[in-house]
Design a protein around this ligand. Structure first.
Ligand SMILES: *[C@@H]1O[C@H](CO)[C@@H](O)[C@H](O)[C@H]1NC(C)=O
Ligand SMILES: *[C@@H]1O[C@H](CO)[C@@H](O)[C@H](O)[C@H]1NC(C)=O
Length: 279
């Protein structure tokens, strides 16, 4: 009996100190290991800058078509296509059972706007088409008029960090259920926020973080999940704080942009907004 009580006390202490909690080993703060094959559209971007510093960074992205990946514009700014690649079909990033794809091109949406992350969206054209399978498949996009709000069931996924704590070996994909904040609360929290964005509901200790940007916010629409947002940024310099929700680019506002490139990419006029490398 005394032993039980002692054990219980120890467990409570461990729990309170976070030693048994997910926080210790999750990337997206407060997340859990993803179920295998639940997020077949999820890709990892392994990027290196094209200047002499060769800065490296990781991002998320999603497969939207055989040769196209959707991500945030910041994730592909100033990258070197010879040293950067897309990892498809990964579950545990540090295990070998996945494919590495070269980048042919990046297409950005007109301009990034000014400093408030306006139009933080970009498409990556891969050098070769992806072969789809059970664990590699495109994400569904919402319809133009779909609305998602605080009552929607939504999820974010990623391999990124919590502040300076990287996801430990073997870097298992993390998933976190979150909800969307109402626009009025979002706008009140960040009065300078860009149009065509969404805030995640801010629950302390449950948030997207560095290395997850570019990755998806998917929400349930009847029987399936559709990509409602692209992780764009958090509040300056931190993540997982109460009342500092992460901000997402609202995918439904960019369907024309996405469809133009993905489905009409053979038409030269569709490359009007093409940036970075020659199209
Ligand atoms: C990118 O890939 C290299 C080589 O496989 C690896 O050492 C590095 O950790 C990766 N970086 C990121 C951010 O995924
Ligand atoms: C946020 O709200 C303010 C005040 O209602 C409004 O002027 C502004 O345009 C809104 N911002 C966006 C991006 O909707």
């Amino acid at each position: 009996m005394a032993f039980c009580k002692l054990l219980l006390t120890v467990l409570v202490l461990l729990h309170n100190s976070g030693l048994l909690g997910n926080e210790v080993r999750s990337s997206i703060i407060g997340a859990e290991d993803a179920k295998k094959e639940s997020w077949p559209w999820m890709v990892h971007l392994n990027m290196t800058s094209h200047d002499s510093k060769m800065v490296k960074w990781g991002c998320g992205g999603t497969i939207v078509a055989k040769q196209w990946v959707l991500t945030s514009a910041q994730c592909v700014a100033n990258y070197d296509y010879r040293r950067s690649f897309v990892v498809v079909g990964a579950y545990q990033l540090q295990k070998a059972a996945h494919r590495y794809m070269g980048i042919a091109n990046i297409v950005q949406y007109r301009d990034l706007g000014n400093s408030n992350y306006e139009n933080d969206i970009a498409l990556i054209k891969l050098k070769k088409p992806i072969t789809f399978s059970k664990d590699v498949a495109p994400v569904a996009l919402p319809d133009k008029d779909d609305t998602f709000g605080p009552s929607s069931e939504c999820w974010i996924t990623g391999w990124g960090e919590v502040g300076n704590v990287p996801l430990p070996f073997p870097k298992t994909l993390q998933q976190l259920r979150i909800s969307i904040m109402s626009w009025s609360t979002c706008n009140k929290t960040y009065p300078q926020i860009a149009h065509n964005t969404l805030c995640g509901a801010s629950r302390k200790g449950r948030d997207a973080c560095k290395g997850n940007y570019g990755g998806p916010l998917v929400c349930r629409k009847r029987e399936k999940l559709v990509q409602v947002g692209i992780m764009s940024h958090g509040s300056p310099g931190s993540c997982g704080l109460a009342n500092h929700p992460s901000v997402y680019t609202e995918v439904a506002k960019y369907l024309t942009f996405i469809n133009d490139y993905v489905h009409l990419s053979e038409k030269p006029s569709a490359f009007l907004y093409c940036k970075v490398t020659a199209c």
